[in-house]
Ligand binder design. Sequence first.
Ligand code: LLP
Length: 421
Amino acid sequence: MTVAPHFDFKNGVLHAENVPLPALARQFGTPLYVYSRQALRDAWESYRSAAENRNVLVCFGMKANSNLAVLNEFRKLGAGFDIVSGGELARALAVGADPGKIVFSGVGKQAWEMQAALKAGVKCFNVESEAELAQLAQVAGQMDVVAPVSLRVNPDVDAQTHPYISTGLKENKFGIAIEEAVRVYQYASQLQNLRIVGVDCHIGSQITEVSPYLDALDKLIALIQTLAGLGIHIEHLDLGGGLGIRYTDETLVTPKTLLDQVFERLAAKGLDSLQIVLEPGRSLVGNAGILLTTVEYLKHGDTKNFAIVDAAMNDLIRPTLYDAWHSVEQVGPPSHDEVRTYDIVGPICESGDWLARDRRFALKQGELLAIMSAGAYAFTMASHYNTRPRAAEIMVDGDNCHVVRPRETIESLFAGEIPLD
Ligand code: LLP
């Protein structure tokens, strides 16, 4: 039975590709992030094939998963990168990314980050305010270079997703209001050391309908046409990331559906020569990873049953932060104990430390659970809360597995700290 592509039950035991998860747990311990290399490749292929014969640049939104093994896989497949910090720039450069395929997003870029990105020669800065434009012009001036810029425009569309991950509405902190965009583009065009190259937006994440993209697209096409009338020529349109994945039974928008409709509208407006940039994060990695965990204790009560596992909110914060639903699978083979309804919780001293609620299982102490869809926004949002080392990351490749980040040692967590006399 396939749970997610490349995570299948064989003889009652959940595997990552050809590797049984219990073997990984024995070898590397739990909690453990396990990724499937083939799942990464397949996810990339869905974008590559949709972009074929079209002027499209796909920049992996690396905030979803920035392990160098993941980045290097996508780099080799031809991806660019969407970065949001000097740290992410350093990661991209560490795997030899082509700076000409890096777009720099984010609402609060600091001068040092601008300098580093200008030195590297990134494709574009997605600028989110007039103040940022002024600072970028100044930094580029000091370096005697020209900074390529897009303005991130807030098209005021509802991505119909969780409020914390919806970013295209007026009340969000992101971008420049669409009504202000023409004026700010004119301002940008007057600044020295800037070159306007694009228009950018990102309306939210885990989007499961195409209509919000098309609503945004219509507004941005109108903007591009107005700008052309003012002599401001736009070379690319960046539609951001946001395509959803299946955590449970969501219907999905495929990259092909999105790009077919986008290019249809561009053609209708005579904008075929425009390059389209996409910044997908979750849809490239989300279902390529799981979080493997061991049941430490079972606690049966009058009103609730708890399965206390060795993974916690520090390993996967999405359930408690967004009320997100992650499927949980018993790695198996199944036990014959009584089926009960459990909350799956971690050992952290917070009531908010839960990973899944009201799930029906016949569980026994010591058995393994797989928390699915943990390839995106899991490790990258992990913390050391309760002085818990971050778990190891394993990449499975057919019959083989590679440690792509070892488990942190406890000593390393406080190595830099200095007790005062
Ligand atoms: N581009 C920009 C400018 C973004 O802000 C984001 C995500 C992306 C691209 C990639 O979006 P994706 O394709 O992954 O939806 N931590 C949350 C998601 C936050 C998304 C933030 N921005 C979660 O776990 O659901």
